[in-house]
Write a protein that binds this ligand. Structure first.
Ligand code: HEM
Length: 150
């Protein structure tokens, strides 16, 4: 494997495995969070059920998705320096996609803060549409990194 020649040496496949483990945690959490918002949306602000959802949402953000995103970035950048990915077309495209996915993460976190402030959107349609983003991003990223079409 070409990755074996970089500074990570024999640790390269281990870092790659850790990268993928935390990718799965991150994406799983990104699938759950807007789902939670969809269930939360009809609940009256200030009710006991509202407090339950706010707690579930903040735990998911604090314990799963935010730490997972940070770790995915750390290991991903280590892999990139190890294999000199910064010169490669597929990696530029992947970087764009992961920056977009991180932006989506930020949007989803900010949306939860609006819920905590008592905001309730009239319809859950925008949430359902946004919920497609992590699935589409995952498909694009996996094709870029496995097929390396350019
Ligand atoms: C957040 C910043 C990220 C960076 C900087 C990054 C970077 C990298 C690099 C440099 C590799 C090694 C590629 C190779 O050995 O050919 C890699 C592997 C991989 N990454 Fe990421 N990645 C990131 C996020 C993600 C995300 C969000 C996903 C999936 C949704 C993902 C999926 C994969 C997969 C499937 C592999 C294994 C490819 C192989 O077997 O070689 N990565 N990543």
């Amino acid at each position: 494997m070409n990755g074996m020649i970089g500074f990570l040496g024999a640790a390269y496949p281990w870092v790659k495995a850790a990268h993928l483990i935390f990718v799965i945690f991150w994406i799983a959490g990104l699938f759950m969070l807007p789902r939670f918002y969809i269930y939360h949306q009809p609940v009256a602000p200030g009710s006991p059920e509202d407090a339950l959802w706010l707690d579930r949402e903040s735990r998911l953000r604090r314990i799963i998705i935010t730490p997972a995103m940070v770790i995915v970035w750390l290991f991903g950048l280590m892999l990139a320096f190890n294999i000199g990915a910064f010169q490669e077309g597929w990696f530029h495209a992947k970087l764009l996609a992961v920056i977009a996915l991180s932006g989506y993460h930020g949007w989803a976190v900010a949306y939860g803060k609006k819920f905590a402030g008592g905001h309730r959107p009239r319809s859950d349609k925008p949430l359902r549409l946004m919920n497609e983003v992590p699935g589409i991003a995952t498909a694009i990223i996996v094709i870029l990194v496995i097929v390396k079409p350019f």
